[in-house]
Write a protein that binds this ligand. Sequence first.
Ligand SMILES: Nc1ncnc2c1ncn2[C@@H]1O[C@H](COP(=O)(O)OP(=O)(O)OP(=O)(O)O)[C@@H](O)[C@H]1O
Ligand SMILES: [Mg+2]
Length: 401
Amino acid sequence: MRIILYLGKGGVGKTTVAAATALRSAQLGYKTLVVSTDIAHSLADSFDVALGAEPTPVAENLFAQEINVLAEIREHWGEMQGYVGSMLRRQGMSKAMAEEMAIIPGMEEVVSLLHINRQAQAGHYDRVIVDAAPTGETIRLLTVPESFQWYVGRMTGLGDVTLRMAGGLLRRMMPDKDPLTGLNNLVAGVKELQKVLIDPQITSYRVVLNPEKMVVKEGARAVTYLSLFGYPVDGVVVNRVLPGVESDGQGEAWVAEPSQDPYLHRLQEIQARYLGEIERDFYPLPILRSGWFDVEMVGVARLDELAARLFGERDPGEVMFVGQTQTVVEEGNDFVLSLPLPHVELDKVKLKKRGDELYVTIGNFKRELLLPAVLAQREASGAVFVNGTLKVRFPPSTVPT
Ligand SMILES: Nc1ncnc2c1ncn2[C@@H]1O[C@H](COP(=O)(O)OP(=O)(O)OP(=O)(O)O)[C@@H](O)[C@H]1O
Ligand SMILES: [Mg+2]
């Protein structure tokens, strides 16, 4: 089975690209399910059909679904939280503490992920394409299984009271199981899920971008975090590129056919700038690209056109890239950030850091990097470029006197 999850800033084309991917995958003969986890569903609009909480056939081999377990769980869990909270307070716990302990963070997300995974297995789908919510929420969704396990460990330590209370909800979710078994099963399910989500042969994350500043920044941040948590990113989709904007695929982009309209020409120039930046900053991830259509990309025929632009003859379900885009390892007290870079002339590496942004200049090659929080707090002491990989060293920050 393959799971492909599209993420990116609001409005960049995640739903449309997910729908096109699913369509092409189904056309190639794979039984495909496309699922939307965004509460503001638009998958139905994309296919121009009505969809529900159960997989609905939309074309040969293709099923689509808008999950709504979120709302359901929130409802039951909200009730549960109230009970657990007041119970803990009666046991003498402070209000703030009791309230905090009563919340299992990300319960809804865990359940919806489990739901997708279970369904994928049970429905014998070859491929599951996930149309995710905008970036921030999706990253949170993905980090939830870990914090969830941590929390449950803490809760189990609390003893019977909480467990008995949690039992009510768990019984509803998993009838004929006693609460403890239920909870243990849930934890086991989450562990399994985590394995699936980080297995590059099963799951791939693709970031959808448009060539514009804020979208690119958010996308870069997403890749940083996904890499850090070990979630396999296998490509970048650059959607809505204006006609006349070209690139060499290696970081040089230009306006090949300037528009007669000065307004459009300026937009072309902006896009060329960010298209080049995308090719440099997201290296070595493969880039799939589509132009900006002058029609609404809704319905099977349009999605088919988009799939042709994005994938050509390629199978969108193939694993497009395997490997680390960036890693952070501890060496003594230092952190070392490793980053593969395209073939650049060996030259002096210049670093400039501003907040969580690091600007790397090697000769006339420039790359902007968004640093994870642990590194943003430190200063880079130097960098070396060996065997196609840039290594930047971050010693512990010295406390200002
Ligand atoms: N390549 C394209 N050319 C023209 N229109 C496009 C293209 N890609 C997407 N669109 C249109 O842009 C709009 C936004 O796309 P879509 O809903 O897929 O974005 P999204 O990232 O899922 O948004 P949200 O974050 O709100 O879920 C839609 O009207 C869609 O039809
Ligand atoms: Mg969407």
